[in-house]
Design a protein around this ligand. Structure first.
Ligand SMILES: Nc1ncnc2c1ncn2[C@@H]1O[C@H](COP(=O)(O)OP(=O)(O)OP(=O)(O)O)[C@@H](O)[C@H]1O
Ligand SMILES: [Mg+2]
Length: 324
């Protein structure tokens, strides 16, 4: 569905400075995949999506989207895809329902189907009560939902969503995901999206692509990324006199590493926390060195990013400045 080779994008700013926004991305996305692209501010996510949706031309490299080359056949690419940009796409003076129906017609639906689709989307994205409002009167989150509805109205086979859920309240985030997953099922959609909500990428996407400084630094399932790169963390409290002996027992666990003692706390990483913990407790009982409390902390995608880059995704910014 998507195939890129060494895709790059340079921006020349003020005629002198060159920003290497994307530095050679090679990716293959199969039909039906749901891929989440993660990365700090300025990593090159939006730039990549804009190249794949033919809004900007690559500096070098190639990209095929839905079977067509983005450089030589941009209009054929556009016919196959839907795109919800990071900014607002919807116009101002139109009413919500008309805007949505109009979008459907532009994308080739007949007016009856466009009205039907618009009605379904208004309902499921909780916009039905606002159908007759002017787009310019909507709140930020309502507007965002309309943007998403605009990208979904023609049920494209391939959908690009740039931070679809940013600015939505938890209820509407859940509704949006519900709708996306249902549409995906119904129309066998392939979806590539960006998000800053790590939990969202973790639970919804079966594939996570991590981008930093315009390059792909990891590409796998969320579970595999977490297992390979971070492992589970065991957090134990142990009386100071027993700490060394417990640490020795802990080091015997499969995949044990990063054993750190701090006061009465002992932390370490293991391959499989829920399996390792009972083993450790049994060993501590056999050796009569009690462990007072123990918990397993499963890694997050933020741990994965930290492990890869030495920076936390929450604080990182690919442009070098602190993220807002
Ligand atoms: N039109 C442009 N002109 C100059 N520089 C640009 C332009 N568009 C993007 N950039 C720069 O390219 C880099 C990548 O930007 P991009 O918008 O792709 O990041 P992003 O990963 O989407 O970040 P965010 O999470 O903040 O949306 C940034 O350093 C940005 O300042
Ligand atoms: Mg962006």
């Amino acid at each position: 569905m998507i195939s890129t080779r060494e895709l790059t994008k340079d921006f020349v700013v003020n005629r002198t400075e060159t920003v290497h926004a994307v530095r050679g991305i090679s990716l293959d996305v199969e039909p039906g995949e749901l891929v989440a692209v993660l990365g700090p501010n300025g990593a090159g996510k939006t730039t990549t999506l804009r190249m794949l949706t033919t809004l900007i031309a690559p500096t070098s490299g190639t990209a095929k989207v839905a079977g067509y080359d983005v450089t030589s056949d941009p209009s054929l690419v556009r016919r196959q895809i839907g795109y919800v940009g990071q900014g607002n796409g919807a116009g101002h003076s139109q009413r919500v329902r008309d805007e949505l129906v109009g979008q459907g017609v532009i994308y080739g639906l007949d007016s009856r189907s466009a009205k039907k689709r618009a009605g379904e989307l208004l309902e499921s994205l909780e916009l039905a009560d606002l159908a007759n409002r002017k787009v310019s009167d909507l709140s930020g989150g309502q507007r965002r939902r309309l943007d998403v509805a605009m990208g979904l109205v023609h049920a494209p086979g391939l959908l690009f969503l740039d931070e679809p859920s940013t600015g939505l309240d938890p209820q509407n985030r859940a509704n949006l995901w519900d709708h996306i997953l249902r549409m995906r099922e119904q129309y066998s959609m392939t979806i590539m999206l960006t998000t800053h909500y790590l939990d969202e990428a973790d639970s919804m996407a079966e594939r996570v692509v991590v981008v930093d400084h315009g390059e792909v630094i990891a590409d796998d399932t969320a579970d595999a990324l977490k297992a390979e790169l971070a492992g589970d963390q065991l957090i134990l409290t142990v009386a100071p006199g027993n700490r060394t002996r417990v640490a020795e027992l802990a080091k015997q666990l499969p995949g044990a590493k990063d054993v750190v003692a701090d006061g009465d706390q002992l932390t370490l990483r293991v391959a499989d926390g829920p399996a390792a913990l009972p083993e450790l407790i049994a060993a501590s009982q056999r050796s009569a060195v009690p462990i007072a409390t123990a918990q397993v902390r499963r890694p997050t995608l933020d741990d994965v990013f930290l492990n890869l880059t030495g920076r936390s995704l929450r604080e990182a910014d690919s442009t070098g400045k602190a993220a807002a």
